[in-house]
Write a protein that binds this ligand. Structure first.
Ligand code: SPV
Ligand code: MG
Length: 431
């Protein structure tokens, strides 16, 4: 008997999937591949049910004979193992990054005379509604909040990009690339104090107050599902910080990072060029502990950010503080540096890992931008934050366009650099 294979990356079964199963059934014995979480999250939405439940779900469908695990987006391993006579897939993978998967399948099938069968993609009101419901579920506070911890457990590094409004949130949410046969997307979003302030035309000195920051978070949450890490600046007064922890946790924010500075906070990238004061270890530990005591879920994370290297207080001070902050209850440590090379970050991480194997480490490679995620992961880093690159790329583009229009007294000359409006609105979901 012939065999047909289809890979599923879904948490729900709708008409489209049933249609694929029915087609596969006509061709032979039906084997369904269940994509592992680790493979799934590099190009699809985060799963809302565990792999075991997905396997059961697929297995329970009429017409399915067997379910196997597929642990890579590319089909090499699974096709080598099964040598199916047919691979069945929807016909909606002929454009964009997914085209590479189609080519991979065609190439592999050609090797032994297997065939690709493409089924017209089913998209109707009911399928649309089910897709939307799934997305809504991912956006719910109780699902979104815990996702950062889940990702830390699943990914070599949690790739995080800055977002400061709905549009940048959508870019963080939806950008998927295929490069050299590998898919990638961001895992989480960073609501930067620098970029949130800059977007409002304000300096990054804790001037933009929490109500305004919450407004930004809400705008992002409205249109995204990925977890959010808030740049909480110094956390403010401990008496205020505890209220903010409660609010953030309730909203479904996954983590707040607070930095050990006090007084008028300036952006770290100024380093010692401006007056900046580091908080005492005792005060900062008390703030962390107060925040941890007030939170209600196991999900929410308070991450302590150490400014010792920025303020040239030395490696020993940074490591001493790291141990103290973890002891005070910090769920993670962010170590910051404004050196061009990652040497001091590597040293900190290596030495930190000598006495703490598990507490997540966070870095922001803005100055030391030649370092790769793989190198950072090899030194024990868990979360990498690209903290300001979207803002810094958008600003010069907008400024040049404004100048071009002024110079020419019309918009034609600027046009070649503009994205057609039709492309922008494809980003935006309609209900
Ligand atoms: C931010 O993005 O606001 C940060 C990171 O705090 S940095 O600008 O590098 O200090
Ligand atoms: Mg900041």
């Amino acid at each position: 008997m012939k065999t047909s294979y289809a890979c599923f990356c879904t948490d729900i079964i709708h008409e489209g999937h049933r249609n694929i199963i029915a087609h596969a059934r006509k061709l032979g014995r039906v084997i369904i591949g269940a994509m592992t979480d680790e493979a799934l999250i590099r190009y699809n939405k985060f799963p809302t049910i565990p792999l075991e439940e997905r396997i059961e779900l697929y297995q329970s469908q009429d017409g399915v004979d067997e379910v196997v695990i597929q642990d890579n987006i590319m089909y090499d391993k699974v096709i080598a193992a099964l040598k199916p006579d047919y691979v069945v897939h929807g016909d909606n993978w002929k454009n964009g990054p997914e085209l590479a998967i189609r080519q991979n399948v065609l190439f592999l099938l050609e090797g032994y005379g297997g065939k690709l069968v493409e089924v017209p993609y089913t998209y109707n009101e009911q399928v649309k509604k089910m897709d939307q419901q799934l997305r809504e579920r991912l956006a719910m506070p109780e699902y979104r909040r815990k996702r950062l911890r889940q990702l830390i457990g699943m990914c070599p590094v949690v790739k995080t990009i800055e977002a400061h409004n709905g549009l940048t949130g959508l870019i963080a949410e939806k950008t998927v690339v295929e490069h050299d046969g590998r898919f990638d997307q961001f895992d989480a979003m960073w609501v930067s104090s620098l970029c949130d302030s800059t977007a409002k035309g304000k300096p990054d000195i804790e001037l933009v107050d929490m109500s305004s920051r919450l407004r930004t978070i809400d705008d992002i949450m409205e249109v995204t599902t990925k977890p959010i890490i808030l740049d909480g600046d110094t956390g403010g007064l401990t008496e205020h910080f505890v209220y903010n922890v409660r609010t953030l946790e309730r909203l479904g924010v996954s983590a707040v990072i607070i930095e050990d500075k006090t007084g008028l906070k300036k952006n770290s990238l100024f380093g010692t060029e401006v007056l900046q004061l580091q908080d005492s270890v005792e005060n900062f530990c008390a703030k962390i502990s107060a925040g941890k005591k007030i939170q209600l879920t196991e999900d929410f994370m308070i991450i302590a950010r150490i400014e010792s290297l920025i303020l040239e207080q030395g490696m020993e001070d940074a490591l001493f503080r790291a141990a103290a902050y973890v002891n005070a209850g910090a769920d993670g440590i962010m170590i910051h540096s404004r050196k061009k090379e990652a040497g001091e970050i590597f040293e900190f991480c290596d030495r930190f890992r000598e006495f703490d194997k598990h507490t997540p480490l966070v870095v922001v490679p803005t100055s030391f931008n030649n370092v790769t995620e793989e190198e950072l992961a090899a030194h024990g880093v868990n979360i990498v934050i690209y903290a300001n690159q979207l803002t810094r790329s958008a600003f010069p583009a907008m400024k040049s366009t404004a100048e071009e229009i002024l110079k020419n007294h019309r918009a034609l000359e600027a046009d070649s650099r503009l994205m057609p409006f039709g492309d922008i609105i494809t980003l935006i979901d309609e209900l």
